[in-house]
Design a protein around this ligand. Structure first.
Ligand SMILES: C[S@@+](CC[C@H](N)C(=O)[O-])C[C@H]1O[C@@H](n2cnc3c(N)ncnc32)[C@H](O)[C@@H]1O
Length: 238
């Protein structure tokens, strides 16, 4: 049995900055890609699965965006978000995003948040909810872990995976179980890794459109057009 994601992130909250620092080359490269693509004059930002809120608020500041909503299910992460004084906090999951009259110019869903959702239909639902919350020319940016990432798993393994997935795709092969040691506790955890085709089918089904896709090397932050060179980062529109 795996632990609830909320329990894991509640436990991680006090260590979350330190944990993020270890991946800072990757995270900064993703942030830069986003900031470079948000044109001036955007006013509102929604960060789904915001964690401690630091990244979403920093991206908003760099883009000159004043109205910020941080959405996050973990109560301890929400307490971290509160310290940053966003315009609003929604303590909920991506698949349960509320209806809102307020629409957003920019939405974020960063660092494999979609891989934390329980299954494909929850992922489609989450993206469809985000779609509803975007303005007509709003943009969504998200990144997910790539099961066909040759810089992490080696080209030979990725060619093998690609061939098997082509013949008979099974999303369960992307569910990774692992023990996560946080402080003095060990949590049985689960995370999902996506193939490019899998996540792109999910995007399509949610009614959203891909404007651009790059890969970002998980160790160095190098950005590439080749999808096997890193995690998958998408720029999406309605
Ligand atoms: C790796 S962290 C990334 C946090 C933040 N986006 C960042 O880049 O620093 C994943 C986050 O997803 C949140 N999360 C887990 N399940 C979720 C769900 N169903 N909906 C929204 N967020 C979720 C976790 O609580 C955690 O804060």
């Amino acid at each position: 049995l795996t632990s609830r994601s909320e329990d894991i992130y509640d436990a991680l909250a006090p260590h979350y900055r330190e944990y993020s620092e270890k991946k800072s080359l990757y995270l900064k490269a993703v942030d830069k890609y986003i900031v470079d693509r948000v044109s001036s004059g955007k006013r509102s930002l929604l960060d789904v699965g915001a964690g401690d809120g630091i990244r979403g608020m920093d991206i908003a500041r760099q883009c000159g965006i004043g109205y910020t909503v941080l959405c996050e299910p973990s109560a301890e992460m929400v307490k971290k978000c509160e310290q940053l004084k966003p315009s609003q906090i929604w303590q909920t999951t991506a698949e349960n995003l509320p209806d809102s009259d307020k629409k957003f110019d920019v939405a974020l869903c960063l660092w494999n948040v979609l891989g934390h959702l329980p299954n494909r239909s929850a992922r489609v639902q989450a993206l469809a909810r985000i779609r509803e919350l975007l303005t007509e020319d709003g943009m969504l940016f998200f990144d997910v872990n790539n099961r066909h990432n040759a810089s992490s798993y080696g080209m030979l393994e990725v060619l093998k995976r690609t061939a098997i997935d082509f013949v008979s795709f099974d999303e369960k092969r992307g569910d990774a179980s692992f023990d996560w040691k946080i402080g003095d506790k060990v949590f049985p955890a689960m995370g999902h890794l996506f193939t490019p085709k899998e996540i792109e089918d999910i995007i399509k089904e949610s009614g959203l459109k891909i404007k651009d896709r790059v890969s970002v090397n998980y160790a160095s932050g190098a950005v590439s057009k080749q999808p096997w060179r890193g995690q998958l980062l998408y720029r999406i529109e309605k």
